[in-house]
Design a protein around this ligand. Structure first.
Ligand code: HPA
Length: 275
């Protein structure tokens, strides 16, 4: 378990490097979606490896750096690449940057990911606004000693994904003419894709999309009072729906195709989150 002072040390280091910038929104970019980090203005980039207690991201196509600056006039801190459980990181390590962001004054988090559509009415390319999640595998990032500076031991999860932010994103997506869904993200630890039988199980339990990230960060953000918007890009129909093999290349290719709609929605949200 990392002590509270580790989070403070990390925040102090970042504060020194970013100078006058005061990030308001933490933007976590998922697989194939890191390009938005390159569009940040007045940017200061810090490699995860340089920040005390941060862990490098080893996932392919994740740059592994923190970009702080402005997007659409909103002060942001962008995680260009995140840590995943399947890389061998502990849930505590995965959420470390979220808690550091809290110490830096971040109020909102937009967490994004690539996901497989479990709901058969969804299409590849749809953006799903996350209404809730299901994590029945992989332990909670809040397991172990509670750090009361961040939040209570028993943390309410009723509005882990902020209803007002979701309503705002839905309204903006409609205005932009984007196809969006609202649904439940079902977490699988990976790194292998799911079996068709696991996808049937997830659908039976109420899942609409399957993915290997996000639930840790959203749980920690909720615990420490950061309001969260979760956006999943459907990069493929989940295993067994089309009886076609899945691959990481397919996920990245679908993410690249969705670049414009994804960027438009995130930018529109950031514009509305301007302080
Ligand atoms: N399953 C889990 N994670 C994913 C998928 C999937 O089908 N597609 C993109 N990320």
């Amino acid at each position: 378990m990392l002590p509270y002072s580790a989070y403070q040390e990390s925040a102090d280091f970042i504060r020194q490097r970013i100078g006058k910038r005061h990030p308001r929104v933490l933007l976590i970019l998922g697989s194939g979606l890191g390009f938005l980090g390159d569009e940040v203005e007045d940017a200061v980039c810090i490699d995860y490896g340089d920040i005390p207690h941060f862990r490098p991201s080893t996932a392919p196509d994740h740059k592994g750096r923190l970009v702080t600056g402005t997007l659409e006039g909103t002060e942001v801190m962008v995680m260009q690449g995140r840590m995943h459980y399947y890389e061998g990181y502990s849930p505590e390590e995965i959420v470390f940057p979220v808690r550091v962001a809290k110490l830096l004054g971040v109020e909102y988090m937009i967490v994004t990911n690539a996901a497989g559509a479990i709901n058969k009415s969804y299409q590849v390319g749809d953006l799903m606004l996350i209404r809730d999640h299901i994590r029945i595998m992989g332990e909670s990032p809040l397991r172990g000693e509670n750090l009361p500076q961040f939040g209570p031991r028993f943390c309410d999860m009723t509005t882990t994904y902020d209803p007002a932010l979701r309503e705002m994103a839905g309204r903006l997506a409609d205005k932009l003419g984007l196809r969006t869904q609202t649904g439940v993200y079902f977490y699988f630890p990976g790194p292998q894709f799911e079996t068709p039988a696991e996808i049937v199980l997830a659908r039976t339990l109420g899942g609409d999309a399957a993915g290997m990230s996000t639930v840790y960060e959203a749980t920690a953000a909720n615990h420490c009072g950061i309001r969260t918007l979760g956006v999943s890009l459907m990069t493929n129909m989940a295993a067994g729906i089309l009886m076609q093999p899945l691959s990481g290349e397919e996920v990245n290719a679908a993410a690249a195709r969705a670049k414009d709609s994804f960027t438009a929605l995130i930018r529109a949200c950031l514009q509305e989150m301007r302080g």
